[in-house]
Ligand binder design. Structure first.
Ligand SMILES: Cc1cc2nc3c(=O)[nH]c(=O)nc-3n(C[C@H](O)[C@H](O)[C@H](O)COP(=O)(O)O)c2cc1C
Length: 371
């Protein structure tokens, strides 16, 4: 008899294990979406609309999952999405995630709203690291963030464009989401911006974003960013062909098809459905990435077949981090990478480059899971 492996065998199976160790408020902050969470569910459900088309009798003894992205070669087309407040999940927080990304040969996107300063995240795992940027009403704060990210060795700036105002996250309103006193927004240590407003009812994060984030942003912000950094600019949150065309026009070096994991505009289109239209509009001029609902290697394969160069993973990384710190995140990346490798072999496509529209077929009608 072989011994059993007690560890969760999939990303989905990690969530209950993580819930068991997280505070109620942290779990709901991580898991939740906006309003009725329609988009949160639809992001996942969209994957059921597509099926894979395996070709057989092809030599798949060697499978290559590596991919080139903005001048870097990564071991696999799976990145760690920027997620705020990772020390709510584990004491090592962002450092553990960055180390796990490095160990797996991929990269992490470090959030502006990190509970570890960007310098320490970069020092924990030297190598490719992208910095996710939110633009503050106080532009000098934003400029300082970009300068620090560059000085720390970050290799791209990922400007998130999905948060002109915060989505209505009712779980956080209910829990009165706050950072515990021992944590702060470490990129702003010593500034007012390190903490949520202390007089706000409901979600402290919603009050913070309302007070600090710049809702007047336009495409001019991309030009401004271009004028202050030499790093590649990645726009996160492009979901229409119209905006994809504007992104290319304004000199973006890559776009991420993202609806912020269903946390901003509820009833926004699921990203897997938006992806092929964005990819068509971009027409190979810059890489198109996507995130939202990636939980299996087959999901990665579907996204790549529909035009993504790579995908990003949000919540599963947080579940892995909560359960077992760096080792937990390594496990998530190992599971997803292994699943992708097996999927490519079973699809008869021995490299990610061989994944194109011939690998996928669509069935009509979106199958929504029960609420
Ligand atoms: C808890 C949490 C915090 C997040 N924080 C940020 C953030 O600080 N900046 C950002 O650009 N996106 C943020 N996101 C969105 C993720 O980058 C990503 O778009 C999304 O989680 C992908 O969907 P998935 O969780 O289904 O993989 C966050 C998502 C979650 C779940």
């Amino acid at each position: 008899m072989t011994p059993e492996d007690p560890r969760p065998a999939s990303c989905e199976a990690l969530e209950p294990a993580a819930r068991a160790v997280l505070s109620e408020a942290a779990y709901h902050y991580y898991a939740g979406g906006a309003d009725d969470e329609t988009t949160l569910r639809a992001n996942r459900a969209a994957f059921e609309r597509f099926y894979l088309r395996p070709r057989v009798l092809r030599d798949v003894s060697e499978v290559d999952t590596s991919v080139e992205l903005l001048g870097e070669r990564l071991s696999m087309p799976i990145l760690l999405a920027p997620t705020a407040f990772q020390r709510l999940a584990h004491a090592e927080g962002e450092k553990a995630s960055a180390r796990a990304a490095r160990a797996a040969g991929t990269l992490m996107v470090a959030s502006t709203l990190s509970t570890t300063p960007i310098e320490e995240v970069a020092a924990a795992a030297p190598g490719p690291l992208w910095f996710q940027l939110y633009v503050f009403r106080q532009r000098d704060i934003t400029r300082a963030l970009v300068e620090r990210a560059e000085a720390a060795g970050c290799t791209a700036i990922c400007l998130t464009v999905t948060v002109p105002v915060q989505g209505n996250r009712e779980r956080d309103t209910r829990t009165g989401f706050r950072l515990p006193p021992e944590l702060e927004m470490a990129n702003f240590a010593g500034l007012r911006q390190a903490a949520f407003p202390d007089d706000a009812a409901g979600s402290g994060l919603a009050a913070f974003i309302g007070r600090e984030f710049d809702p007047t942003l336009t495409w001019g912000a991309v030009e401004w960013l271009r004028s202050i950094t030499r790093l590649p600019i990645v726009l996160k949150g492009i979901v229409t062909p119209e905006d994809a065309a504007l992104a290319v026009e304004h000199g973006a070096d890559a776009v991420i098809v993202s609806n912020h994991g269903g946390r901003q505009l509820d009833c926004a289109e699921p990203t897997l459905l938006a992806l092929p239209r964005v990819a068509q509009a971009v027409a190979g001029r810059i890489p198109v990435l996507m995130d939202g609902g990636i939980r299996r290697g087959t999901d990665v394969a579907k996204a790549l077949a529909l035009g993504a160069r790579a995908v990003l993973v949000g919540r599963p990384v947080l579940w892995g981090l909560a359960v077992d710190g760096q080792a937990g995140v390594e496990r998530v990346l190992d599971m997803l990478g292994g699943e992708l490798r097996r999927t490519l072999a079973l699809l008869g496509r021995p490299s990610v480059r061989a994944l194109d529209a011939s690998a996928i077929t669509e069935i009509p009608g979106l199958i929504l899971p029960p609420r």
